[in-house]
Design a protein around this ligand. Structure first.
Ligand SMILES: Nc1ncnc2c1ncn2[C@@H]1O[C@H](COP(=O)(O)OP(=O)(O)OP(=O)(O)O)[C@@H](O)[C@H]1O
Length: 296
């Protein structure tokens, strides 16, 4: 069985690393993972894939340190936030109180945690549910809370297990952008998603689970084609006279102020463009992103 350690993907700058890690459930349960060696780099987007039941969630729980490996070791303790595949929605909190509580768990002051709780609920279009008890939320709103609790913590490592499932299209876009911003500012993201188009072409590393082993995939997924379809307007601000990064897809035009530009980009390429802008030197500040139809 191929071991990721054998493929040389154990970077020294890893935020977290598994060494010969194995996991089974129960004393005599079958091994789900064995001899797994992989590192997750700071500033990188890492995808984990594999057929149903192969151990994707198990691997993510090891990386999030929710579970300890049955054998082997884990190195690195980045501050980690985790969106589980199934959010425990029956907790006795309102949405805002739960998020504030989670913010405090992650070390924020009460005031900062409460502010970010409301900011993230608003960003996900769930501001109206701030005072709704978690058990009364719809599945979609509940998932927004599940994702917001991880994002508001601004962790070093963000672990997303099917986090897009159940979100509406606008909320999925918000999460896509949050992931791009997170990696652009040096955070690490590990994700699993059943949809191969999710963040297609953006992953820096892709790991495939097969049998009890994990293999690093070396081939890059081609970026999503710029198909006809929805266009988004990205308004950015940069230093006066600065040039946009070369080779950006879409078209650019002057913005409302001398230091702003408006980019018209096919929706599937907007994350790629945001990432280029945020990682440019000097970086561009993203003023806003909206559907082209809403343009005034
Ligand atoms: N808490 C647990 N107790 C016992 N067995 C478990 C537990 N969690 C997972 N397993 C088993 O470990 C194996 C891998 O499960 P896991 O959920 O990690 O796979 P997955 O690839 O994420 O699955 P899916 O594609 O269905 O989300 C499965 O056989 C599953 O039944």
């Amino acid at each position: 069985m191929g071991r990721t350690g054998d493929s040389g993907s154990d970077p020294a700058d890893a935020a977290i690393r598994l060494h010969d890690a194995g996991r089974r459930y129960g004393l005599r349960g079958p091994w789900v993972l064995r001899e797994v060696g992989l590192g997750v780099r700071a500033g990188a987007l890492t995808r984990v894939q594999g057929a149903n039941g192969t151990g994707k969630s198990t691997l993510l729980r090891l990386l999030a340190r929710i579970d300890a490996p049955t054998e082997g070791r884990v190195h690195g303790r980045p501050r980690t936030a985790y969106v589980p595949e199934r959010f425990p929605a029956a907790l006795p909190f309102t949405a805002a109180d739960y998020l504030t509580h989670m913010g405090r768990v992650h070390g924020l002051t009460g005031a900062a945690a409460a502010r970010r709780a409301h900011e993230w609920l608003d960003r996900f279009g769930a501001g109206a549910h701030a005072r709704t008890p978690l058990p009364e939320l719809s599945k979609g709103s509940s998932q927004k809370v599940a994702v917001a609790q991880a994002l508001l913590a601004e962790p070093g490592l963000l672990v997303l297990d099917e986090a897009w499932t159940g979100l509406d299209a606008a909320a999925r876009d918000v999460l896509d952008r949050a992931v791009a911003e997170h990696t652009a500012t040096g955070g690490a993201v590990v994700f699993v998603d059943h949809d191969p188009r999710r963040l297609a072409g953006l992953a820096d590393e892709t790991y495939e689970i097969s049998g009890t082993g994990v293999r690093r995939r070396t081939e890059q997924t081609a970026p999503a084609p710029a198909a006809a379809g929805p266009t988004v307007v990205i308004e950015v601000r940069g230093p006066l006279g600065a040039r946009l990064p070369p080779g950006l897809p879409g078209t650019a035009e002057p913005g409302p102020d001398a230091d702003t530009r408006r980019l018209l980009v096919a929706a599937p390429q907007s994350d790629l463009v945001l990432r280029e802008l945020l990682t440019a030197s000097p970086p561009w500040h993203v003023v806003g992103v909206r559907a082209a139809e809403e343009r005034r």
